[in-house]
Design a protein around this ligand. Structure first.
Ligand code: AHM
Ligand code: MG
Length: 330
């Protein structure tokens, strides 16, 4: 039998790579793994929502079916809280940060987790892939004190881990702790994630550009010019456009095949649409760890000092040569 590694084994085997390696970050990653399996189970049944009463199915608590993004939010928060390792959580679904005090009220958690529990959730109704995105920092306030806003407003370069789960044709968990990027695919038969994509590298060049071209007329001129450059027939450009409208899926495809993802600022979304703390930062960390790039058009995403929890930002990321070419237009 081939050498097979599960995500749980991989996390334990590589624990010494983690900064401070006390095993706590491993437990935190395991809690995310656990919640992702529950969310995956619900996402897979999404098409049955309208007839679910009729087939006698109820959700895991025996309650009526919840909206999936609310369900995902609850599951990830519960799983993280239960491990007693994080001192705070920021979620796209919750306005303010959540302060965790630990079961013994000692505020001993060392990490903060920032997440989008179900990104691209507008795609669920039409059976298109969605994802979960997470970002983990070590707190900067002293252990033993309540978490503060500044623990969450750290630049992306200080992330100790980041990743995403893609609920797609296969469900995958992809993450980095700053030592490269690895992807694990869920085997529904065993309920385990297996290392299927070790040491993922984004091709330096690619053929795919991914952007919502419906917003074209509102884009900054530089972005319009780049899109025109990709489309120029007379120069026999190799480019093709692919856009799902689900950041995790669009990014994941481009990371595997080579490509660039664009969500610029535009008239409709003056600061951009995507959120810095739990969309752009974790994706940027993964992009860089896989050899790619991520920028807001002028600055490396990971160097940006956040000012607000739900701050929006333009995002351009993917294959390094493509991002550089794009930047030359901005
Ligand atoms: P959401 O967090 O409300 O789901 O929005 C984020 C999503 C991303 O997954 C996706 O890349 C983007 O919004 C698509 O936006 P648009 O529909 O404007 O192209
Ligand atoms: Mg989102």
């Amino acid at each position: 039998m081939e050498n097979i590694t599960t995500l749980g084994e991989y996390i334990i085997e590589n624990q010494s790579d983690f900064p401070y390696s006390s095993g706590e970050l491993s437990k935190l990653l395991n809690s995310i793994k656990l919640a992702s399996k529950m969310v995956n189970h619900e996402v897979n049944k999404a098409g049955l929502v309208d007839i679910i009463g009729g087939i006698g199915d109820v959700n895991v608590q025996g309650e009526n079916q919840q909206k999936l993004d609310v369900f995902a939010n609850t599951k990830f928060i519960q799983a993280i809280t239960n491990r007693d390792i994080a001192c705070g959580i920021v979620s796209e679904e919750v306005e303010d940060y959540i302060s965790l005090h630990g079961s013994d009220n000692t505020n001993n958690g060392k990490y903060v987790v920032l997440m989008d529990p179900l990104d691209g959730s507008s795609n669920i109704d039409v059976n298109v892939s969605v994802g979960t995105i997470f970002s983990i920092f070590r707190r900067i306030t002293p252990v033993g004190t309540p978490v503060e806003l500044k623990d969450f407003l750290q630049p992306g370069s200080a992330q100790v881990a980041a990743g995403y789960i893609i609920y797609g044709t296969s469900t995958m968990l992809v993450y980095t702790t700053g030592k490269g990027v690895n992807g694990f695919t869920l085997n529904p038969a065993t309920g385990s994630f297996y290392l299927s994509h070790p040491n993922i590298q984004i091709p330096e060049n690619g053929q795919i550009y991914s952007v919502n071209e419906g917003n074209y007329s509102h884009f900054p001129q530089g972005v319009k010019n780049y899109i025109k450059y990709c489309q120029k027939e007379e120069e026999n450009r190799p480019y093709t456009s692919r856009y799902i409208g689900s950041l995790v899926s669009d990014f994941h495809r481009n990371m595997i095949k080579g490509g660039v993802y664009l969500y610029p600022n535009c008239v409709k979304n003056k600061a951009g649409k995507l959120r810095l703390l739990y969309e752009a930062n974790p994706i940027a960390f993964i992009a860089e760890q896989a050899g790619g790039k991520a920028t807001n058009g002028h600055k490396r995403i990971l160097d940006i000092i956040p000012t607000e929890l739900h701050q929006r930002i333009p995002l351009f990321c993917g294959s390094s040569n493509m991002v550089e070419k794009l930047e030359s237009f901005l």
